[in-house]
Design a protein around this ligand. Structure first.
Ligand code: AKG
Length: 289
């Protein structure tokens, strides 16, 4: 199995080579001990808060092997959506050199300015007894035969990821296969293991899914999912960010969140080169001359 899993590396050039060959790379020590402690504490506290106020998004049980969606909103796994709203540490992770370098490497196009968008930013806590998520490619909605990545993901490991605790299952090299119409056989998958602080960066065409957690401890990871700038984002940041959070975001982060027109896309009243304000103060509606 060893040669199916690229070695842990801190060298981003080696990570790029691993992305091309395996469809994923494992970057060691991607979070400092301080960042790791802060992100982990914030996730634990946010998860408890969302459970307490009946806002928790739970899954990981009652799912058929074929279905990607959980049946019902229960189960031992907890997803926390929209981390941009939920802590400065998450906003800073989006802007890290590793994130920007590798996402632009997979998704950028120099001719078009190398721009990428954050598509969503979520935590996935795989709890004890969670069933495996069905294997999928993150760009399964693209037309068959799309031969390049339109999305890419970074799984930031906030705890150790092991075979036993539900480390993300991945199918090495599947990013190079033509998008199959049948689900990929789970027997082809291996656990993308790594110590806490590792970033597992993967091409959007790679088949993967959450593993089953058979231990007594939760496996905690956060997923910063990026897309090319012409694609609809998974989370609608222009609608869902709190005004006080928007006020704290740098212009660069706002642009990555989609608050900037791109090649005439996303305009408000013809704002071809505009910054999109969260919601216009005034709307131009029916007028008479
Ligand atoms: O939690 C994981 O290990 C992977 C999650 C995943 O595959 C997804 O969110 O699409």
């Amino acid at each position: 199995m060893g040669d199916l899993l690229p070695p842990l590396t801190t060298d981003l050039e080696e990570a790029k080579a691993n992305l091309a060959e395996y469809g994923f790379a494992r970057v060691a020590d991607a979070l400092s001990p301080e960042e790791l402690a802060e992100a982990r504490a914030r996730i634990e506290s946010q998860a408890a808060g969302e459970r307490d106020c009946d806002h928790a998004f739970l899954d990981g049980s009652g799912r058929t092997p074929q279905s990607r969606e959980s049946i019902g909103r229960d189960g031992p796994n907890q997803r926390i959506w929209n981390l941009i709203n939920k802590g400065e540490i998450f906003r800073s992770i989006v802007m890290k050199d590793l994130t920007q370098t590798l996402m632009k490497h997979v998704l950028g196009d120099e001719r078009l300015g190398n721009d990428v968008l954050l598509s969503s930013f979520t935590a996935n806590i795989a709890g004890t007894g969670g069933v495996p998520m069905a294997l999928h490619s993150d760009q399964g909605y693209m037309p068959l035969g799309t031969a390049y990545p339109v999305v890419a993901n970074v799984m930031w490991m906030l705890t150790d990821f092991t075979e036993e605790n539900g480390a993300t299952r991945i199918v090495p090299g599947s990013h190079r296969e033509e998008t199959p119409t049948e689900p990929v056989d789970p027997a082809r998958s291996i656990a993308a293991v790594g110590p806490a602080g590792t970033a597992m960066v993967f091409d959007g065409r790679l088949w993967h899914g959450t593993g089953a957690n058979t231990t007594d401890e939760s496996r905690v990871g956060i997923l910063s999912y990026f897309c090319r700038p012409f694609l609809r984002q998974q989370e609608n940041f222009t609608l869902s960010l709190a005004p006080e959070v928007i006020a704290k975001c740098s212009p660069e982060l706002l642009s990555i969140l989609g608050f900037q027109t791109w090649a005439t896309l996303g305009m408000v009243e013809g704002s071809v080169h505009g910054t999109i304000s969260p919601r216009p103060d005034e709307f131009v509606t029916e007028l008479t001359g």
